[in-house]
Ligand binder design. Structure first.
Ligand code: AMP
Ligand code: ZN
Length: 464
C-alpha cells in the first residue's frame, strides 16, 4: 500500500507521488508567526507535518524529500509586539524563533531542509507583486498599497469553495481581512471588498519596519499571503507536490496563495493540499485570543514530558478535532512505559517484519495515527514472539517517538536544608506544631518543598 493523504482541493484521498523527473518530493508547510511561544495547538499541526515528512522519507528515501517551512517574521502581530516591548522587530522575532526551535527539538520534530524567513525574501516578494501588477492581477491603491484583484482569477474559491455571498466586503470571511494581517485592510482604498493586500504602505505604527516596494508604490511591507507564494517558488519551484497547514489556513491564506502563484507563474501551484484539524480545549479551538492555551513549558513545569505530549497528539486522528485534557498526558506516560518495556524485551531480536504491516498500513492510510497505535498495542499485547526490533524502530521513527527514558535528574539537597527538614520532622513527631510551621516556612523561603509521608518526608526544589 502506498502513502495516501486527503487532498483538500479534490476532497478525496490521493496517493502522494513526486511529480517531477528528479523524483524529489517537494513539500511546503506554513510555519509559525514568531512573536510569542507557539502553543500546543500550533504544535499539533507541526507534529502532524513532521509525521508527513517522516512517512515521505520512508516512502521515497530521505534524499528524495525536500521540506520547506517558513517563518512569518513580519506581520501585524510581530510589529505590534515589537512596538509594545519597544524593541527592534528582529530582536523579538529572533527570540521567538529560537524558542520555537527549542520546542520543536523537544518534541522530536525533524528540522526542515529550508526554513525561510519572510524578511529575508523581500526582493522575491516585491518581484512577484510587480509581475502581478504588470499582468493586471494587482493594482496600486491611492495610499501606495497594492491589492490582488480577486475578480481577475477565475479559479478563486476552488480550494475553500467559499461562496460568492460570503466574500462580500465586510463579511467575516473577507479574503484580505482574516489571518495574521488583521488591522490594516483599508477597505476604502480597495476596488472591491474581496481584494486582499499584497503590499502594505507604511503607517506610523510600523515604526522603522519598511522596505522599498514595487515600482510606483510607497515604502511598506509585504502582506502575509505573498510570503508563502514567493518563498515556496524560490525554494521549491513554481509547482510543488504538497502544501500543508492547519484548517484555519485554508481560507483565505491558501486560497490567496493559489491566486497569487497561479496568476504569476501560469502553472498549477500545488498538486496536493493537506490540512490538519485543530486542538481544542473544552470544545473550543486552542488560541491566543481565547486565552485557553498551554505552552510546552507550562506542561513541563507541571512535570509532563514533551514525548508524552507528542503521544497525546498522535492519539487523535490528524484530520479530526482533538480535545486536549491534562489527564491524557498521564495516560500517555503509561503507554510510553509499555512501549519502552516492549522495546527492551525485544532487544536485538530479529523476527517477521510483516508482523507490523498493519501499523504501517494505518499510517499510509491518511496518517491514521490512532489506528496505527491501536494495531501496535494489539501486537504488543500478544507478546514479543517474532517481533522484529528493526521494524519496531522504523515505526518509532515514523511517528517520531523517542523512547529513551527521561534522564533521572539527581538533585543534591544542601546540608542546611536537610538539617531544617530533620528538625521540622522531629518537631512534628513531638506535636510541636508552631515550631514545625516556622521550620516549614524557612524551608519554603530557601526554595524547597517538604512533602510529608506517613513514615517520613520528601524534599523537592520548589517550582518557579
Ligand atoms: P500561526 O503561528 O498562528 O501561523 O499558526 C501556526 C500553525 O498552527 C498553523 O498551521 C495553524 O493552522 C496552526 N494552529 C493554530 N491554532 C491551532 C489549534 N488550536 N490546533 C491545531 N493547529 C492550530
Ligand atoms: Zn503560508
Amino acid at each position: 500500500m502506498a502513502l495516501q493523504l486527503h487532498d483538500s482541493l479534490s476532497r478525496s484521498l490521493r496517493p502522494v507521488t513526486p511529480s517531477q523527473d528528479d523524483g524529489v518530493y517537494r513539500f511546503y508547510n506554513c510555519g509559525p508567526t514568531v512573536y510569542a511561544a507557539a502553543h500546543i495547538g500550533n504544535f499539533r499541526s507541526f507534529v502532524v507535518n513532521d509525521i508527513i515528512r517522516r512517512m515521505l522519507e520512508l516512502e521515497f528515501g530521505a534524499d528524495k524529500v525536500r521540506h520547506v517551512r517558513n517563518l512569518t517574521d513580519v506581520d501585524d502581530k510581530t510589529i505590534r509586539r515589537a512596538r509594545e516591548e519597544k524593541r527592534p522587530l528582529t530582536e523579538v522575532t529572533q527570540e521567538w524563533t529560537a524558542k520555537f526551535h527549542a520546542d520543536c527539538a523537544a518534541l522530536n520534530c525533524l528540522i526542515p531542509h529550508v526554513e525561510p524567513a519572510a524578511t529575508d525574501h523581500i526582493p522575491e516578494q516585491v518581484n512577484m507583486i510587480q509581475v502581478l501588477m504588470d499582468k493586471g492581477n494587482a493594482y496600486r491603491a491611492a495610499d501606495g498599497s497594492v491589492y490582488f484583484k480577486v475578480s481577475s482569477f477565475d479559479n478563486y474559491g476552488r480550494l475553500s469553495r467559499v461562496k460568492e455571498r460570503e466574500l462580500k466586503a465586510g463579511s467575516a470571511l473577507e479574503a484580505g481581512n482574516t489571518g495574521k494581517d488583521t488591522s490594516s485592510v483599508d477597505a476604502d482604498e480597495k476596488e472591491d471588498g474581496t481584494d486582499f493586500a499584497l503590499w502594505k504602505a507604511w503607517k506610523p505604527e510600523d515604526g522603522d519596519v519598511k522596505w522599498d516596494g514595487p515600482k510606483g508604490t510607497f515604502e511598506g511591507r509585504p502582506g502575509w499571503h505573498i510570503e508563502c507564494s514567493a518563498m515556496s517558488k524560490k525554494h521549491l519551484g513554481a509547482t510543488i507536490d504538497l502544501h500543508t497547514g492547519g484548517v484555519d489556513l485554508l481560507f483565505p491564506h491558501h486560497e490567496n496563495e493559489i491566486a497569487q502563484s497561479e496568476c504569476c507563474n501560469d502553472t498549477e501551484f500545488a498538486h496536493h493540499w493537506y490540512h490538519s484539524e485543530h486542538l481544542l480545549v473544552d470544545g473550543k479551538k486552542m488560541s491566543k485570543s481565547l486565552g485557553n492555551l498551554y505552552t510546552l513549558d507550562q506542561l513541563k513545569e507541571m512535570g509532563h514530558s514533551p514525548v508524552a505530549l507528542r503521544y497525546v497528539l498522535l492519539a487523535g486522528h490528524p484530520r479530526k478535532q482533538l480535545n486536549f485534557m491534562l489527564s491524557s498526558l498521564t495516560a500517555a506516560e503509561k503507554a510510553l512505559q509499555t512501549l519502552r518495556g516492549f522495546r527492551a524485551a525485544i532487544a536485538n531480536q530479529t523476527g517477521d517484519p510483516a508482523k507490523f504491516d498493519g501499523v504501517f498500513d494505518a499510517l499510509r492510510d491518511d496518517l491514521n495515527t490512532p489506528a496505527a497505535l491501536g494495531a501496535l498495542f494489539g501486537i504488543i499485547n500478544r507478546g514479543t514472539g517474532d517481533a522484529d526490533a528493526a521494524t519496531f524502530d522504523r515505526i518509532m521513527f515514523a511517528i517520531g517517538l523517542d523512547l529513551t527514558p527521561p534522564a533521572e535528574t539527581i538533585i543534591e539537597i544542601p546540608a542546611d536544608i536537610t538539617a531544617l527538614a530533620e528538625k521540622r520532622w522531629a518537631a512534628k513527631q513531638a506535636k510541636d506544631w508552631p515550631a514545625a510551621d516556622v521550620l516549614r516556612a524557612e524551608i519554603i523561603t530557601a526554595g524547597w518543598t517538604m512533602k510529608d509521608r506517613k513514615d517520613g518526608y520528601d524534599l523537592e526544589p520548589s517550582r518557579q
